[in-house]
Design a protein around this ligand. Sequence first.
Ligand SMILES: NC(=O)c1ccc[n+]([C@@H]2O[C@H](COP(=O)([O-])OP(=O)(O)OC[C@H]3O[C@@H](n4cnc5c(N)ncnc54)[C@H](O)[C@@H]3O)[C@@H](O)[C@H]2O)c1
Length: 435
Amino acid sequence: MKIVMIGAGYVGLVSGACFSDFGHEVVVVDKDEERVSRLEKGEIPIYEPGLEDLVARNRLAGRLSFSTSLPVAMDRAQAVFIAVGTPARRGDGFADLTYVYAAAEEIARAWTEPCVVVCKSTVPIGTNREVLRRIKAIRPDAAVEVASNPEFLREGSAIEDFKRPDRVVVGAESEAAKDAMRRLYRPLSLNETPILFTGLETAELIKYAANAFLATKITFINEIADLCEKVGANVQEVARGIGLDRRIGSKFLHAGPGYGGSCFPKDTLAMARTAQDFGAPVRLVETTIAVNDARKAAMAERVIAACGGTVAGKTIAVLGLTFKPETDDMREAPSLVMVPRLIEAGAAVRAFDPAGMAHAQSLLPAAVQYATNALDAVTGADALVLLTEWNEFRALAPDRLKAAMRGDVLLDLRNVYDPAAMREAGFRYSSIGRP
Ligand SMILES: NC(=O)c1ccc[n+]([C@@H]2O[C@H](COP(=O)([O-])OP(=O)(O)OC[C@H]3O[C@@H](n4cnc5c(N)ncnc54)[C@H](O)[C@@H]3O)[C@@H](O)[C@H]2O)c1
């Protein structure tokens, strides 16, 4: 099939490349000319393991191309995906649908042949119907069906997630739309991936409910971690003890500095707003949002407390700035709350992140110093804060770390280090929810 993917971001680029790898002909369209020209030169504008090879292979095979022109890309297209951003709207937290509706209107103006318009962006209840309404308002003659196909991939393992998903969710009302979606995802039938066909509103809600549930699960274990610290219990053992219960499951039970990223913060907020608007408030989700915001803010205070009540004049090394490892995505990362607060409190911050520093520089205060590697970041530091659990930080030798530093404070906000080994190396070590 011929597919157009509107948006060459994390979702559009990965989905487009994976669909081309399934054998479909894919044109990924973005209005960011620089992004498209980099892609045409074989450069990948985001950090995602395996993506460069996947894109190169499918471009060479002639199945994947990039364009800034939707009308040209839409020639012969049977499915047009909308994979543009849906950030939180300033002020009220509702999803900003400007980009989605702009894309819908561009599709209407470029339309020439029957096709399915598929919304892959995470969008609130009613958006798919509104997309169809807007297309028809511009082109009443357009033979267009809509389908909702929310995406569940995770940055850092996006290709594997797309190619081996737990399930594919498709909201569609017409047989033609269902049939097109079946053909698009046919390669997944080899590994027996369930394709769940639902109505449009149900598909839209599944995505929000999934993210709200996962955000709540993380927030739950974070609160349990706080309780562990008070009672002398170990949160990792509690997580294992409950996670082995198959009704609960072991995923998303890692205590840490609070969730961030491009999805959970905005999607929980949008879900809470939608639910309020429909008169069925989701209080559990509202509480999750409040608890998580407070947690992120409290992390800087933890660092200050670990440094003896003040960081004024001290140098703090921060390892990891992105919201999680294996991505360069800085959206809503805990570092964006912690680092400015430490600087405000008088600290000098030396940071290192394997992929996030280019983005971080435009988001963090200018006073932050960026190191060339982890050891460079800790050299001469009074305290070390492990903020994102990149693999390369796990293997750092405790003795070498300690020898490079001036001070002895180590705050492990991801529980990656062995407390005994760190204390033996001379650190005053503390972590999250562990004695
Ligand atoms: N990032 C994730 O891990 C993830 C996972 C699942 C779902 N989602 C959802 O997928 C959607 C996209 O997220 P993302 O992280 O890929 O966004 P992104 O910000 O990385 O990329 C969006 C891209 O769309 C382009 N764009 C916007 N309007 C356009 C238009 N009219 N025509 C052409 N290009 C246009 C932008 O230039 C940008 O390159 C969001 O709704 C998000 O919630 C994201």
